[in-house]
Write a protein that binds this ligand. Structure first.
Ligand code: IPE
Ligand code: IPE
Ligand code: MG
Length: 236
């Protein structure tokens, strides 16, 4: 297989830059979030077509509750609208939706829409789409350890594999490629356990401008990376 065809099995994306996109256009931040939400469909489609098995999108962090109430409400409304609007398209494209994060803090209509879409798409197998909402990497590790302890796990049985079995991404391959749009070069508490050996790709493009071609450039950059996982390169 040529280098060009090496497709990551799992792509994770920090969709950042919506507010700055709006500000540049003298629009309220909400307009950036709306435009950003519209981009999601294109990128989901492009990943599925490229043969990506798992796509994980960071939609709302555990820290994002600290934003002004007006912005948080707008984001919640957009999330609810997207769940309703995209449900059938996801199902038609054989994509399985999973929401990762602490959903107990969401209003009942959002929790119901999540459950309904997860149930509808549960048997789809073209691609898994994880939407990280009220998600934090530290939360993920803490909830996994709590599960282990509640299951009566002895201290010596708390291994890396045991923790992985209870992370919100259990059963899925670890991300091969992390993309962060918007120019910041940090993880902002996203998948901190799972990203241990992930290739990082930071791009200044703001999320509402991140189109199919931008995704293809990221996939192309990934195919040129050499991963070693702590080992030395093959001698051949
Ligand atoms: C990312 O865009 C969306 C969320 C965090 C929900 P931002 O809203 O963080 O946009 P910037 O970083 O302020 O431009
Ligand atoms: C990370 O972006 C969260 C999401 C994209 C959902 P933020 O804009 O919240 O991150 P910081 O504040 O710049 O680290
Ligand atoms: Mg931001």
């Amino acid at each position: 297989m040529s280098e060009q065809q090496r497709i990551p099995r799992h792509v994770a994306i920090i969709m950042d830059g919506n507010g700055r996109w709006a500000k540049k256009r003298m629009m309220p931040r909400f307009m950036g979030h709306r435009k950003g939400a519209q981009r999601v469909r294109e990128v989901v489609q492009a990943c599925a077509e490229a043969g990506v098995e798992v796509l994980t999108l960071f939609a709302f962090s555990t820290e994002n509750w600290q934003r002004p109430q007006e912005e948080v409400s707008a984001l919640m409304q957009l999330f609810l609208d997207a769940l309703h609007k995209e449900r059938d398209a996801l199902h038609d494209n054989n994509i399985r939706l999973r929401v990762i994060g602490d959903r107990s803090r969401f209003e009942p209509p959002i929790q119901a829409a999540i459950e309904e879409t997860e149930r509808l798409t549960a048997n789809n197998d073209a691609m898994v789409l994880n939407v990280a909402a009220n998600y934090g990497g530290r939360w993920d590790i803490v909830q996994a350890v709590r599960h282990l302890l509640k299951a009566g796990c002895a201290p010596d049985a708390i291994t890396e594999e045991a923790i992985e079995r209870y992370l919100s991404t259990a059963g899925l391959p670890e991300p091969d490629l992390l993309i962060r749009t918007g120019g910041e070069q940090r993880l902002s508490n996203f998948l901190i356990w799972q990203l241990a050996y992930t290739e990082l790709y930071f791009v200044s493009t703001l999320w509402p401008d991140f189109d199919r071609q931008a995704l293809e450039e990221a996939l192309q950059a990934f195919s040129q990376r050499q991963r070693r996982f702590g080992r030395v390169e093959d001698a051949c």
